[in-house]
Ligand binder design. Structure first.
Ligand code: KG4
Ligand code: ZN
Length: 362
């Protein structure tokens, strides 16, 4: 039986059982070591290199390492795809190594691999997808391609599947789905122009905040008076469940032009108020129309405190991804792969990265 040392922790001796079964020796007696099978998930869809590890049996998150690239893109005010791909390539090995080490999981204990194949930046996706496929192939374990939105929602999904609405609000997507208990998904609405996170980022830029703008704008909003600046509520009076945020971006620009002395904190708070109101009232209308009382909310904007508070005050049962799982990460992909582990394969290696692919019908 081959043995080797964990590269990041020389004290940890690893006993490899041909990649199928395993045991390990953390310098502890064998019978005190918990037999662990883990799922490893990778997301490199945009500008974060995410590698997460979850317990295959319980779904507990053992590690969730995200190597952020904000500094690399900040000067450009947005993600530069080629820079993102190169940075993923530079850090993915170390990020995975750190995740395994933090989880206390050896390579031999990884029994399932998941990777985001799209939608996203194709060059960036290719790095994580190829890495994950290579890892699974080399270890002789099954793997699964995961849709990015499936990953986001896996981070927030209730244990008991029930008919529910799923809202994704991120930098690239704003979509509302109706999800049936057996998994059928119907698109109820999506953004007609900017995604919600994109609107946060663009307005943050108008306010001279850094990139990504959502968290910075939200922090500034805490110091502002949300009623001090009058802004139109997006999509007000509209029927259907599509979203549109480009109008509010223009409204903020016009307002700032007209009155350059406005307190930026007040503008941030008012912007956040109307965007959150637009999202929540659309979700509430959809829930009413479709007779649903549960909503799952995921994506970077799900980290927004005002959105979470407003949803919590609604009559809906709300499942929101915890903060660390709201923005792009690898653990959400590992969770999605775990939920569909029976579909994992050791033979289908041809799955390619895609820039765009809808997640639901309708
Ligand atoms: O899901 P995500 O990490 O990446 C995409 O798949 O797009 O979402 C990133 C987006 C960015 O636009 C960021 O500004 C926004 O989520 N975001 C927020 C907050 N945290 C992240 N927007 C509003 N409030 C926040 N606290
Ligand atoms: Zn995302």
């Amino acid at each position: 039986m081959p043995t080797r040392s964990c590269t990041s922790c020389p004290a940890k001796r690893v006993v490899v059982h041909g990649g199928e079964s395993f045991t390990r020796d953390h310098n502890a007696p064998r019978d005190t070591v918990r037999g662990m099978l883990a799922a490893l998930g990778v997301d490199t869809s945009c500008d974060d290199t995410g590698v997460g590890i979850v317990d295959l049996e319980t779904g507990a998150i053992l590690a969730n390492r995200v190597a952020q690239q904000d500094d690399i893109h900040a000067a450009f005010g947005g993600v530069v795809p080629e820079r993102a791909s190169r940075q993923h390539l530079a850090v993915i090995d170390a990020t995975a190594e750190a995740a395994l080490h933090e989880a206390g999981v050896t390579r031999a204990e990884v029994a399932l691999v998941g990777a985001t194949y799209g939608p996203g930046l194709v060059g960036a996706l290719l790095v994580g997808l190829s890495w994950a496929k290579s890892f699974a192939w080399a270890r002789g374990v099954p793997w699964l391609p995961v849709h990015h939105l499936e990953g986001h929602l896996a981070a927030a999904a209730p244990d008991e599947p029930q008919r529910h609405l799923a809202l994704i609000a991120s930098g690239g997507h704003t979509s509302l789905f109706l999800v049936e208990p057996h998994g059928e998904r119907i698109t109820l609405g999506q953004t007609l122009d900017d995604a919600a996170g994109e609107a946060f980022d663009k307005v943050a830029r108008q306010l001279g905040l850094g990139f990504p703008g959502g968290p910075a704008l939200s922090r500034l909003a805490e110091e502002g008076d949300a009623q001090a600046v009058d802004l139109p509520v997006p999509m007000q009076g509209k029927s259907g469940f599509d979203f549109s945020f480009s109008g509010i971006k223009t409204a903020v620009a016009t307002r700032l032009e007209r009155d350059p002395n406005l307190r930026h904190a007040d503008v941030a708070a008012a912007f956040e108020r109307v965007v959150v109101q637009a999202i929540v009232s659309t979700v509430e209308r959809a829930a009413d129309t479709h007779g649903v009382d549960t909503v799952v909310v995921a994506g970077g904007v799900a980290a927004n405190a005002r959105l979470k508070a407003r949803l919590a005050a609604s009559p809906l049962e709300v499942h929101v991804a915890p903060m660390a799982l709201a923005t792009d990460n690898g653990a959400m992909v590992a969770l999605a792969a775990r939920a569909r582990k029976h579909e994992a394969t050791m033979t289908e290696w041809s799955k390619d990265a895609v820039a765009y692919e809808p997640w639901a019908s309708g």
